[in-house]
Design a binder for this molecule. Sequence first.
Ligand SMILES: NC(=O)c1ccc[n+]([C@@H]2O[C@H](COP(=O)([O-])OP(=O)(O)OC[C@H]3O[C@@H](n4cnc5c(N)ncnc54)[C@H](O)[C@@H]3O)[C@@H](O)[C@H]2O)c1
Length: 344
Amino acid sequence: MPARPDLAAHYRDLPVLVTGGAGFIGSHLTRALVALGARVTVIDDLSGGSEENLSDLLPGAGSTIAPSHGFRFVRASILDCDALEQCCRGVALVFHEAALASVPASIEQPRRYLDVNVTGTQQLLETAVRCGVRRVVFASSSSVYGDQPVLPKVENQMPDPLSPYAQEKLTGEHLMRVWALCYGLGTVCLRYFNIFGPGQRADSAYAAVVAAFASALLKGRRPSIFGDGSASRDFTFVDDVVQANLLAGSIHGLDAPPAQEPMLAGGVMNIARGDRVTVLELARLMAEIVGIDAPPEFKPPRFGDVLHSQADISRARKWLGYEPHTSVRDGLKATLDWYRSIRD
Ligand SMILES: NC(=O)c1ccc[n+]([C@@H]2O[C@H](COP(=O)([O-])OP(=O)(O)OC[C@H]3O[C@@H](n4cnc5c(N)ncnc54)[C@H](O)[C@@H]3O)[C@@H](O)[C@H]2O)c1
């Protein structure tokens, strides 16, 4: 296991860009970086995220961070070359969270998804090289594994994407590797498994399952399950994925050449808890925490959804010293508390 990096020393005054920083995961990551003293720019077109997710950092009534801190929010698309170039200038490290992130919507709108998730990712890499960025940490997805019966999923398993979204994440990983090999840019790919927590949108038709269940249960309604509920997921609390990003953005120092450190040449790591809970168990657990009796309603399964998902996290442990800290129950309690707080 590598020596644990001194995160405070590494991030203090470090110029960092978070793409998609107004989204669910990006906003948690942004807050953690600001708390460590990094100088953070966020680029987000707010197509999926919201300024509210960053309200404590933005100037205005709710702001808790002094403007002198150097936090900057740029409302623009990563497809806008000029805006992206301005955001990348002077930056040492990029966390690439921006994406269109719904599996069903990617099946409905494959061209729109391709533009943002593939062209946008390549454009980010080209701009990063031009601007002298030293490392890009990429938000990939467990969806690249598809529905193979082998569990847990290990990184050297053959990918089998089942949707445009999953294929685009796999292409993103390949772009990360190629940009390390051809242009010497340090790149790391983190395959997230079902991340949940405060700030996740519950108001879209494609809301992640925890957000959708929370929204239903807190209104006293029965949660809807697509399929029979036996599908299982490696539900991971957002703080753990933030921790993985902070480690990936600091491990070996930003001057480490990718050629000498395979992890930095598009190395792929699963980021999860390393166990799994069925969707039915999740619904029961959440109803128990809320304190209501609300048996789920069952709907037809959705095409493109994988059946079972559980990660082997040995590689992230070995390469990053990553360790998940939050149990599913504790994460759900914190998440439900947050949904309650925004309703009050
Ligand atoms: N939440 C999960 O369980 C999960 C699992 C696997 C991978 N991921 C990946 O993690 C990343 C963050 O996911 P999230 O759950 O926070 O989703 P999210 O939708 O909340 O965040 C994505 C952000 O990207 C922004 N964005 C979209 N298109 C953009 C564009 N063209 N230019 C600039 N910004 C743009 C959106 O406005 C949004 O704020 C995504 O790349 C997603 O694919 C998430």
